[in-house]
Design a protein around this ligand. Structure first.
Ligand SMILES: Cc1cc2ncn([C@H]3O[C@H](COP(=O)(O)O)[C@@H](O)[C@H]3O)c2cc1C
Ligand SMILES: O=C(O)c1cccnc1
Length: 357
């Protein structure tokens, strides 16, 4: 059995007993029922994921999948492919958005070259290069089926290894000029949405480039005819190595019963693929924020997750994840450290009016 097949098989439902115990605790804290809103839901979900009512977050890590996309030939981005390699290198230099936000929240980063169009001489970048970028999907499949499976399995291996090293909260990031085009294409195919809905201005393009972007997605779908019921076919024909790699990360986090956070539009395309491959995967996922990319809302709705924040961010890289980590850790801390009615020597019945509001 392949690593992908065994991973899909090993993803199991949440621990309902732990969820019940968590809600029992949460509903006995000195507060009106439900008054800590989504912090309560997060704490209960964390219990279901980990099996612990008071899980301890030990190590947080954002996996950043970096790769190039052949579709940039179609004038879909304002940036040249060179930017992918420059920013990827910069992830190891303390200066990128995701790095600074990670530092702020005591989070580590794992930078993976899964298909950047250059050779790095930087031992802080993990070399998992499949090829020097994908092909132009508007003309031919972005990659072969074997390459797509390999990319997903690289994501699985990365998470499996980091879990072994003690990471128990993951974030997902990416770098790859043109990857809002591939993400939009994946969304178009999986959800039958027109490129007019799925394609936005990404990192910043002109109206003319936006037309090129929509045209490229249309052509990619016409030329390659991806089968929406076969996620690997969709990833290989109109996806990217970064999306496929992150898809593997979501699957492996669910397999290992470790929470994983979506950053923006591209990471949500990967999460959508993972959830289509294994719907149970959704229970292990948190969405950090609503990307300013207009179709982000469709992506998250389809996955069935609600973003924690709406900060109009559209950087990618994993930059939303550290912020979500703070909220998740705050939720756990609150549910563990607030007093119960018993601790406060209060009779629950005296509070019943408040609790029921
Ligand atoms: C300097 C720079 C840093 C970035 N960091 C993330 N992205 C983001 O922009 C790219 C996607 O946008 P598009 O599809 O329009 O090319 C991705 O690499 C994404 O991570 C960046 C983009 C730039 C220019
Ligand atoms: O939301 C994102 O991930 C995003 C949006 C625009 C450009 N790059 C990334």
């Amino acid at each position: 059995m392949s690593l992908l097949e065994s991973t899909l098989k090993e993803i199991k439902p949440l621990n309902e007993d732990a969820i019940k115990k968590a809600w029992n605790r949460i509903d006995n804290l000195t507060k009106p029922i439900g008054s800590l809103g989504r912090l309560e839901e997060i704490a209960a979900q964390m219990a279901g994921i980990t099996g612990e009512v008071f899980p301890k977050i030990k190590n947080k890590n954002i996996i950043i999948m970096c790769s190039d996309n052949g579709v940039v030939e179609e004038n879909v981005s304002n940036n040249s492919q060179k930017i992918t390699s420059i920013v990827t290198n910069n992830f190891t230099r303390d200066i990128t958005g995701v790095h600074v936000l990670s530092k702020f929240t005591n989070t580590d980063m794992t930078v993976v070259d899964i298909g950047v169009n250059c050779d790095f001489h930087n031992n802080l970048i993990i070399d998992k290069k499949i090829s020097y970028g994908t092909k132009n999907m508007a003309k031919e499949p972005a990659m072969t089926r074997e390459q797509a499976i390999r990319a997903v399995e690289i994501g699985i291996e990365m998470v499996d290894n980091l879990v072994e090293q003690g990471v128990n909260l993951f974030g997902t990031g990416e770098m790859g000029v043109g990857n809002t085009t591939t993400s939009a294409a994946v969304l178009s195919v999986l959800c039958d949405l027109e490129p007019e809905i799925t394609a936005g201005k990404g990192s910043g393009i002109t109206d003319t480039q936006l037309m090129c972007k929509r045209e490229a997605i249309k052509k990619a779908i016409e030329v390659n005819k991806p089968d929406k019921n076969d996620v690997i076919d969709v990833l290989s024909k109109v996806g990217g190595y970064d999306i496929a790699g992150l898809c593997g990360c979501f699957l492996a986090a669910a397999k290992n019963r470790v929470p994983i956070v979506i950053d923006g539009f591209i990471a949500s395309a990967a999460a959508l693929c993972a959830c289509r491959l294994k719907p149970l995967c959704k229970n292990y996922i948190f969405s950090s924020h609503l990307s300013a990319e207009p179709a982000a809302i469709h992506m998250l709705k389809e996955i069935g997750v609600e973003p924690l924040l709406n900060l109009k961010m559209r950087l990618g890289e994993g930059s939303g994840c550290p912020l979500a980590f703070n909220i998740i850790e705050a939720a756990i801390y609150t549910m563990e450290n607030m007093g119960t009615f018993e601790d406060a020597s209060l009779d629950v019945n005296e509070y019943i009016d408040i609790r029921e509001k």
